[in-house]
Each structure stands twice: as C-alpha cells, then as structure tokens.
Design a protein around this ligand. Structure first.
Ligand SMILES: NC(=O)c1ccc[n+]([C@@H]2O[C@H](COP(=O)([O-])OP(=O)(O)OC[C@H]3O[C@@H](n4cnc5c(N)ncnc54)[C@H](OP(=O)(O)O)[C@@H]3O)[C@@H](O)[C@H]2O)c1
Length: 279
C-alpha cells in the first residue's frame, strides 16, 4: 500500500517542496495550508497532493485534518510538523503579544499537531514524527532570542518524546534542523519588522546592524527548499532514524561545537532511555 504523510505549513517553502517531492514519489500527501482553494488550484496537476485547511494554533482545525486522514486512509506513516515563522526583535523590544504569537505557532502548534495525530500514529503500526526545528534550536543567536527560545522548546519536546516513543509505540522521532533556506521565511520576518516601525533607532541598533550584515555575508546562497525536501526523503528511508538531522554542511558546521559529541542525538537519547526506563 502507498504511504501517507501529513505536513503542516505546506503552502510555501520547505513544507511545499516536501509535499511535491513525496507526492511525485507516489505518496499520498495531506498538505496543510491556510488557503486550500488557492493551493489546490495552483497544483491541480499533482496527483496524490491534497491541500487541507490547517491552522496550527487551532486544535480543532488540526483535529479535523487528522479525522479526515483517519476516515480516508485509516493510518498515517509520517507526520511532518513544519509550520513556523521567524521573529527579529529583541526581548527588550518585543510586545508581549508578539512573544505569544511566536510560541502559539512554533511551540504550541507543534504540540497540538503531535497531540492530535498521536492516536492515529499509534494505530498505524509504525510511524515517524518529524518537526522542523532550526540550527537556532541548538544555538542561541543575537536578536533572535524569542525565535530561538521557541525552537529550543521544540527540541526539548521532541527529544523527550524520542526517549520512549520508539520502544513504546514504534514511532521514530526526528528534529529537522535547517540553516538559512530560500523560502518566504525572511520575507515574513522582514515584512513584520517593516510593518512595525522598521529597524528601531534604539540601543539595539548596533547589534541588529552587525547581525544582519554578517547574516547576509554568510548566506549569499541559502539552501533551496527542494534540497531540504531531499533530506526529508532520505530521512524517512533511513534504517536507523536520527533524533537530529541538519539539512546542509553549512548548518552542520554552524552547530558543530554544540553537537560534535553526539551529532545525531541518538547516543544521548539511548543513554537517557537506559538510565530512566531501563529500556
Ligand atoms: N527558511 C529558513 O531559513 C529556516 C531556517 C530554519 C528553520 N526554518 C523553519 O522551517 C519551517 C518552514 O519555514 P519555511 O522556511 O518553509 O518558511 P515559509 O516559506 O514562510 O513557510 C512557512 C509555512 O508555515 C505556515 N504557517 C505559519 N504559521 C502558521 C500557522 N499558525 N498555522 C498554519 N500554518 C502556518 C505558512 O503558511 P502561510 O503561507 O499561510 O503563512 C507556510 O506554509 C518553519 O518552522 C521555520 O521556522 C526555516
């Protein structure tokens, strides 16, 4: 039987590229979007690609997608919790509503998604949960503290699930950790900055100026979302699934000092599993 994947945040970027890659390989793809009519029309020639209304801050919206997959397929092989967005304001600048908005999508959105899908994944015999974190989920970065904190939270969530989902439910758990990718991500971040007064003339200005200059210099050629989709394709076919996977050499180099002792995260998780569960 063909395999089934559900992807959140599949209207653009990494989610869309992954949806197209998997659909073209014959997988049945449930592609979460906030505009299914538009996206289904745009990609009407793609067999196997089903856009579904999905807002990750709304548990009822996620539940209705899971119910649909359950009714139509009865099982789910891969859940890809990918929806998220970046945020470039210092903690000392950000309105409290913005902090909640970032966490509502990037953290609670991932929790709602996994929580809703878990019973179906458990019933599927074997499944794989992948969430898009970031190199910013491993390495804190200037002016990105709110975004990085949200991705660190995703890291903590999935690393914890990885300690027992495999032996208990036969579900693998992986954090996908991209560096800079050429998607709508930067446009959304900079659009928010532009729409809220631009780069502010305050004590953070020298920091953000230095950060953006260095970022642009380092990321003249960001990785393509299609190449991230290729990493996803390889990931789901690995015999032993890593707990963490970077999407490029550059991303690997960026986090090397943090992960060199355990690049895949597997040693740490297996050790925790042994110590705390004797499994
Ligand atoms: N691009 C990078 O440099 C980079 C680096 C590291 C990690 N990441 C992570 O990669 C993931 C995908 O981002 P991307 O780079 O592909 O950017 P993107 O092109 O902006 O795609 C983000 C996707 O998430 C969706 N989304 C955002 N908030 C949502 C919500 N509340 N409910 C449902 N969908 C929502 C967007 O939908 P709409 O089109 O409706 O807004 C879009 O489909 C994110 O988790 C991001 O943090 C990106």
């Amino acid at each position: 039987m063909g395999k089934i994947i559900c992807i959140t945040g599949a209207s653009t970027g990494i989610g869309l590229a992954t949806a197209l890659r998997f659909a073209r390989e014959g997988w049945t793809v449930y592609a979460g979007t906030r505009n299914p009519a538009r996206d289904q029309e745009l990609y009407r020639k793609e067999n196997n690609l089903h856009f579904v209304q999905l807002e990750v801050t709304d548990p009822a919206s996620i539940q209705s997608v899971i119910d649909l997959i359950s009714d139509e397929q009865g099982s789910l092989d891969v859940l890809f919790a990918n929806a998220g967005f970046g945020y470039l304001r210092a903690l000392g600048q950000a309105p409290v509503e913005d902090i909640h908005r970032v966490f509502d999508t990037n953290v609670y959105g991932v929790m709602h998604t996994i929580r809703a899908a878990l019973p179906l994944l458990q019933r599927s015999g074997y499944a794989h949960i992948v969430a898009t974190s970031s190199v910013g989920g491993l390495v804190g970065q200037p002016m990105n503290e709110i975004y990085c904190a949200s991705k660190f939270a995703v890291e903590g969530l999935l690393e914890s699930l990885a300690t027992y989902y495999k032996p208990q439910f036969n579900i693998d758990v992986t954090l996908l950790e991209p560096g800079a990718i050429a998607t709508e991500f930067t446009k959304t971040v900079m659009g928010h900055v532009a729409g809220t007064g631009g780069i502010l003339e305050d004590e953070y200005k020298p920091v953000i100026d230095a950060y953006t200059a260095a970022f642009l210099q380092r990321n003249v050629k960001p990785q393509t979302p299609e190449s991230v989709a290729e990493v996803m394709w390889e990931l789901v076919h690995m015999e032993t699934k890593p707990v963490r996977i970077r999407t490029s050499e550059r991303a690997e180099a960026f986090v090397a000092h943090k992960v060199s002792a355990d690049p895949t995260g597997l040693d740490g998780v297996l050790s925790t599993r042994k110590i705390q569960l004797n499994m």
